[in-house]
Design a protein around this ligand. Sequence first.
Ligand code: KG4
Ligand code: ZN
Length: 340
Amino acid sequence: MRIIGIETSCDETGVAIYDDEKGLLAHQLYSQIKLHADYGGVVPELASRDHVKKAVPLIKQAMADANLTPADIDGVAYTAGPGLVGALLVGSTIGRSLAYAWNVPAVPVHHMEGHLLAPMLEDTPPEFPFLALLVSGGHTMIVEVRAIGDYKILGESIDDAAGEAFDKTAKLMGLDYPGGPLLAKLAEKGHAGRFKFPRPMTDRPGLDMSFSGLKTFTANTIAAQGNDEQTRADIAYAFQEAVCDTLVIKCRRALEQTGLKRIVIAGGVSANKALRQALEMLAAKRGGAVYYPRTEFCTDNGAMIAYAGMQRLKNGDVTDLSLEAKPRWPIDQLNPITNQ
Ligand code: KG4
Ligand code: ZN
């Protein structure tokens, strides 16, 4: 069976074709970074308009790359939420229309389930059960994953997501949008130990997190210490160290609580090398292992939507003629997948 996946929930238009026997056949991605750079963040209306322009050409290109015609496609998956509602509506409308025209099922996909399952596209995918640390621009959560669709949220950020904290902190340090990767790069030149940032909410029990205070701490540190190149790098280092350390402390607790050994990290911030290393040390100490997608599939992409869509298609989780776009959609409200 083959499915085409369409991702338009934020500022990336992604399209991919997945075959349940041969794996990924094609994937196309267009990033809107340049479009939003002047504004220092995603402008929802511009994002929607650009998805309208890019989605169909990318679909045509992916079909050509895979050398397929519509008759070869068994379903059309699209991100139905969570995300920016206008952007979601573009993918939802195009996906639903294509499915109607091609006379195949339309499959609404949960964006975070897409991220969560992205490591399944790699050569050594994790076995179930595992602990998933989902760290994107919009969400930060620790999820106990017993099987596909069997998700228990153990903890989440009560304010900024980890990626959002990276981006906002980067912005106030004068870095371009999206600041996360740039801040991580700056941190490579930073010296350990010069600044010590707080590890929010680690002094109390529980798995919830809070990252919004770290940007204020950064602003205060800049005001007190100046903004020369080495100081900026040292601040970036201390900020990143605090985020990673906090996530590691919470993941350690979650592993202890659940008895799980495998950790999956997914979502944009899973591209962060320091976070991967820190979690690898944690897993190694406990005789486990860490799994993450290849770098290009850490951030938003069509491949993860095609993969998750295939699992949902096989489970019969298809939609009728109605359009679905859910800006908010709790991941623990999905149907469990039977016959895994
Ligand atoms: O998953 P994603 O592409 O979009 C959402 O679903 O939100 O995640 C994007 C987020 C942005 O906040 C971006 O700054 C962050 O992931 N990010 C990083 C890195 N690469 C991307 N944050 C820290 N270090 C990185 N290397
Ligand atoms: Zn995402």
